[in-house]
Design a binder for this molecule. Structure first.
Ligand code: ADP
Length: 412
């Protein structure tokens, strides 16, 4: 009977879950296409509530659970465990503020500290707390661990995390850059270090999904990242604008009479790839459209890649030595076109993409796509490697990382 970790990512009307066995993808030597039991309960609290499950063979099933709340949905999810022994639950928590610099076992103080952080993540932390409170009720004898999206970035130095605004706003209101996607950046950089057999590297990881961010990781620690106080800062994303002139708010209020809610909707839901293209937030769709001559789809891709390349160049300032770049997330893992276009905008950085390898790297494949050889480089001198900087594609595994950190907290 294998001892598994249940990983839960709770939203206000949804629960994403995964059942992670003992050996995680971080440690295995080569990754083959794999499935783990996982799923999504959605539309909770409504007559359309539905539980979608993917079993260990990749088979999908959907079960209607009309009007189910989080507790009922979790009871259904438990039934999918079969005879596997659950030894702990790992919860994804979006914001840990400055208090949580690593994953922690949940107790009443931790719950109240997560509650204190709600002003920094008003949409996410209440939903994450709801998941924690429900599972604490259902499994009071099982250790439960909170794994924070922000924790990995708590190693950033002040020059990277402070905004140039009056000190008082930081000292009294904790307004600073926090960064997100920490579990993903941690996973892909650790995985790459594992494949190279050393953590003495400086990576820029680019997590490119619906949300997008870059992160500078030196010897396993985050030194800077593109997201800030909220996940809106930084790169162009599916529906989020990323960086805009901070005076845009004032301009829209004064000249167009917009409300703050209008502006919030604009920047979070109607901008990014969707706003620029006017048709879709989905990179696959835009890529197809651009090939048929759709000008605004092509522009959206150009802006996306240009801003990503700018961010890679900016992040390189954080690294004492720049070994290479790691692409991950739905776009980073699957789009050879976006990888090639972005790297072509960085001619001063000594990237030499291997086109054939790049084209082949899709659908869960991992590996190097530059012209160098895996494990062949002088690790102390990779900056000047004549073959150029390394370029990796590493499928992210946030659930696996949460399970790994959960085991780490419990000393398992
Ligand atoms: P999330 O951030 O919601 O987890 P994903 O990491 O799954 O999202 O990324 C979703 C993005 O990945 C979408 O823009 C989607 O179009 C893009 N994507 C997935 N497959 C491909 C592909 N083959 N080519 C280009 N983009 C892709």
């Amino acid at each position: 009977m294998s001892q598994t970790i249940l990983v839960i990512n709770c939203g206000s009307s949804s629960i994403k879950f995964a059942v992670v066995p003992e050996k995680t993808t971080l440690e295995i030597e080569s990754k083959i296409p794999r499935f783990r039991r996982s799923g999504l309960a959605e539309n909770l609290g409504t007559p359309e509530a539905l539980l979608n499950i993917i079993d260990a063979n990749g088979e999908k099933t959907s079960i209607a659970i009309p009007d189910a709340d989080h507790q009922i949905a979790l009871t259904h999810i438990l039934k999918t465990l079969g005879d596997e022994q659950l030894i702990a639950i790992g919860h994804r928590v979006v914001h840990g503020g400055e208090k949580f610099i690593r994953a922690v076992q949940i107790n009443t103080e931790v719950v109240s500290a997560i509650r204190d952080t709600i002003p920094l993540a008003p949409l996410h932390n209440p939903a994450n707390l709801l998941g924690i409170e429900t599972t604490l009720k259902l499994f009071d004898d099982l250790p439960q661990i909170a794994v924070f999206d922000t924790a990995f970035h708590q190693t950033m130095p002040p020059q990277a995390f402070r905004y140039a605004i009056p000190d008082d706003l930081y000292q009294h209101h904790r307004i600073r850059r926090y960064g997100f996607h920490g579990t993903s950046h941690a996973y892909v950089s650790q995985r790459t270090n594992h494949l190279l057999g050393s953590s003495n590297h400086g990576w820029i990881s680019a997590h490119l999904g619906n949300g997008c961010s870059t992160c500078a990781v030196w010897q396993g620690k985050s030194l800077d990242t593109s997201m800030g106080l909220t996940p809106l800062e930084g790169l162009v994303m599916g529906t989020r604008s990323g960086n805009v002139d901070p005076s845009l708010h004032l301009h829209l209020v004064k000249t167009l009479g917009w409300s703050l809610d209008d502006i919030d909707q604009l920047l979070n839901k109607k901008s990014g790839l969707l706003g620029l293209s006017g048709v879709s937030n989905d990179m696959r769709t835009l890529s197809e459209l651009a090939k048929t001559g759709h000008a605004s789809a092509a522009l959206a891709i150009d802006v996306f890649c240009y801003r990503l390349a700018q961010s890679v160049a900016a992040m390189s300032c954080a690294l004492p030595r720049f070994t290479g770049i790691i692409f991950t997330g739905g776009i980073g893992e699957n789009s050879a076109e976006i990888r090639a276009k972005t790297l072509a905008l960085l001619p001063h950085f000594n990237f030499h993409l291997n086109d054939a390898k790049n084209q082949k790297m899709v659908r869960g494949a991992e590996g190097r796509v530059d012209q160098g050889n895996h494990k062949s480089d002088d690790q102390d001198n990779d900056q000047n490697d004549h073959q150029g900087r390394q370029i990796w594609v590493i499928p992210t595994d946030e659930e696996g990382q949460i399970a790994q950190e959960t085991r780490g907290v419990l000393g398992l």
